[in-house]
Design a protein around this ligand. Structure first.
Ligand code: SF4
Length: 216
């Protein structure tokens, strides 16, 4: 049964703003040093759906907002197709600073965060979770799953399973939208339309969000 829409007091809204401000000067791991800024979560404090990615990418790092790059576009299309208003979801990342290496003197290439960095940044994810208390948390990929569940979770084995978290929220795991961008053929890169043609990819990113049915 769907829970009643949550009311949030001004102080709870302020908590989220305060958290974001505190995270802006976080030094819990070394990733802050080379990134442009902390990219904290974004979305309504009363969101019923929380989407958790891996870490900010190049565009997110520059703009200071999560999911504003190509993977974000894929995610928004997936939500649209599932009938979920993207503006009503809270989006965040397991790790809040961009980890990268410089290639050919200027290009910044994404690097996967390690366990120490994920664990250090989990502090912020837990604060977001406690403040927002969403009905459903969707972990997009392995790094997000590690942050959400606090341990390694096999993506293939757990994909689509709804698992209760201790705080009353439920969570499920699916692939990260960037997985779709890495698919080899052009049509597959076209995100959601490709999901329908390729059932393997579709199970990961579309039907699972579909099942959440958290239209607000
Ligand atoms: S990645 Fe997370 S834990 Fe590390 S410095 Fe940034 S905000 Fe802090």
């Amino acid at each position: 049964m769907r829970r009643k829409r949550k009311f949030r007091s001004m102080s709870e809204v302020a908590n989220l703003t305060k958290l974001a401000r505190e995270a802006a000067s976080c030094r819990r791991c070394a990733l802050w040093e080379h990134a442009t800024q902390t990219v904290f979560g974004d979305g309504p404090p009363n969101a019923r759906l929380m989407l958790v990615g891996e870490q900010p990418g190049d565009q997110e790092d520059l703009q200071g907002k999560p999911f504003v790059g190509p993977a974000g576009a894929v995610l928004r299309r997936a939500l649209d197709e599932a009938g979920v208003d993207p503006a009503k979801a809270y989006v965040t990342n397991a790790v809040k600073h961009f980890k990268f290496v410089i290639q050919r003197g200027k290009r910044r290439i994404h690097q996967k965060p390690n366990v120490i960095e994920i664990e250090a940044c989990r502090y912020w994810f837990e604060q977001e979770l406690t403040t927002i208390r969403p009905e459903m948390v969707v972990a997009l990929g392995a790094t997000a799953a590690r942050a959400v569940f606090g341990r390694e979770m096999a993506i293939q084995r757990n994909r689509g399973r709804v698992i209760a978290l201790g705080n009353g929220s439920r969570a499920l795991i699916t692939v990260h939208p960037s997985f779709l961008l890495r698919l080899p053929d052009e049509s597959a890169r076209d995100g959601i339309r490709a999901l329908r043609r390729r059932p393997q990819a579709g199970r990961g990113a579309h039907t699972q969000i579909d099942r959440i049915q958290l239209q607000t």
